[in-house]
Design a protein around this ligand. Sequence first.
Ligand SMILES: CC(C)(COP(=O)(O)OP(=O)(O)OC[C@H]1O[C@@H](n2cnc3c(N)ncnc32)[C@H](O)[C@@H]1OP(=O)(O)O)[C@@H](O)C(=O)NCCC(=O)NCCS
Length: 240
Amino acid sequence: MATTSKRQKRKRGEPTPIELVNKKDDAQFIADHLRPSPDWNKWTHPKTQEAYSLSLVGAPRLSEADLETCLALVEETSRADYEPSSMGWKPGQKRAEMKSPELRYVLVRDGKGEGGIRGFTSLMPTYEEGQPVVYCYEIHLKPELQGTGLGRQLLGYHEQVARHTPTVGKVMLTCFLSNERALAFYRRLGFEKDEISPEPRKLRFGKVFVPDYVIMSKGVVNVVDADADADADAGADVAS
Ligand SMILES: CC(C)(COP(=O)(O)OP(=O)(O)OC[C@H]1O[C@@H](n2cnc3c(N)ncnc32)[C@H](O)[C@@H]1OP(=O)(O)O)[C@@H](O)C(=O)NCCC(=O)NCCS
């Protein structure tokens, strides 16, 4: 396991490693953290052979039209899960959350030039109950793209960012318990219920809180932390 003891300690008031990552522009974020293959922008539908394009853009640079298309896609695939839940379907709140400045979107457009968005995922390196994680905020595909392996590919980008972001040890996400299809997809990809996922508990006046969602996570081997430890070990060897 990587330890911070060998690495330089952060001084009081200095930005955290996660804050530094979130300040990067999109090109630098892609180069340092997504680290995709050279042809990652192209994706071909395995059944129709139609061409699609992939791109990454931070929420502050997402156009209003693209934001609305993404919100409409969330509504199309998931309103039925939100509506009966404790959260309800609140498009205004969802829009505000989707504009969080530190979110990055991987957009899937159909292949005709600046084609329409047919799927997307969004992610943010952040601290969740003190743990540095890459949080998957959304992953939604139009019906014609579901079951094609694209979901696996998109979630793979979250793992890739996690592996290449200092101190991060896992990818985390939230899923409604009613969304059995997505739960099966996440489990298939190695996600499990995280220790911070809420359990049913007794409230005042004899009421019981039963969560309608689960927090899931998947651990990753962090490449940058391993490299930093190896460098620190090499430095210690030279010094001794
Ligand atoms: C959830 C979603 C992103 C998954 O993407 P996808 O492209 O359909 O999934 P993939 O084809 O990449 O499947 C990846 C793996 O999961 C498995 N899988 C997918 N759905 C499954 C299911 N319902 N049951 C069991 N396994 C499933 C696939 O068999 C595949 O395994 P394999 O690669 O070993 O064969 C997509 O279906 C979607 O957009 N659904 C609607 C929106 C939604 O519910 N989002 C999640 C909100 S929490």
